[in-house]
Write a protein that binds this ligand. Sequence first.
Ligand code: 2P0
Length: 336
Amino acid sequence: MKKSDVVHVLFRSGLDKMPPRETGEAFAPTNIALCKYWGKRDAELNLPMTSSLSISLDQKGATTKLSLLHDKPHDVITLNGKEVALDKPFAKRITAYLDLFRPQKNWHLQVDTTLTIPVSAGLASSASGFASLALALNDLFDWNCSKRNLSILARLGSGSATRSLWHGFVEWNAGVQPDGMDSYGEPLTVEWPEFCIGILMVSDREKKVSSREAMQRTMDSSMLYGNWPKKVATDLVILKQSLKVRNFSLLGGVAESNALAMHATMLSSWPPICYFLPETVQAMHKVWEVRGKGLELYFTQDAGPNLKLMFLEKDIGKVKVHFPLMEVIKPFVLSS
Ligand code: 2P0
């Protein structure tokens, strides 16, 4: 099944209608997975092998502004105010995504994306990027889509975008259907105002191996990958239970172990995939050392060298002593 088939299932007819307005705009937060999405059952539709669970990062994310272009034979894409050449992977992914929704072949948009996070540094910029693009298209065309369907549409751009339609904790159900109509995000009804994330930047250089490529290589070559779905199934149950009873130690431990297990599958791939820099490992050891002395501090790591620390609000001061450069995000204390 192709992406365009899914779009036609969702919209039936009606995709040939011109938008009622000239512009559309939306913000979506990025999200950090506590139980990771790693591996696809369908690479075309970004359907995952397993379910996953994330926390959205409030004001850290992407704003996408769309404007109709009346005098250009192509789209114009900007990122943080700079025009991106249309042959660059970033622009290609966006124009290919817009192809799914063009009412006429010769119909083009200006897409201005502004990120409050570094691009391609393992901070899920594609998650907030595609979620905000799907929301901005919904605004431009006045589709009145449900969040569930927007989550499905965002997934067609990038898997992790499925979870970026909501604030707070979000679960992405893997689903079993070949068309992915049962593979969407759902917010959990858990508010945890004391829950903090600390972004620990080790490097903001663009990564050499994309998550997309890394996932595929892991599935193709890692002898550990066969155990990954079992690990996720167990971790998801414990994570949801820990959220229900607000057991932070349990949550932190499972999230950290889940991230390390994901990286173990990558390290056992061939050619190996290693997103650790020396500073990443150094920071991990520091976390383990201070945790050994009684501080409730855990980390998670995505497809990049940066760590995301997890701790409770009461410990901000103590964590800052050890990691003075981290940026603290309180996902439930909304800034706007
Ligand atoms: C996650 N990551 O759950 C995992 C953990 C990175 C490590 O989802 O190919 O950019 O666009 O579906 O969503 C990053 O992968 O990949 C990711 P595509 P995506 O957050």
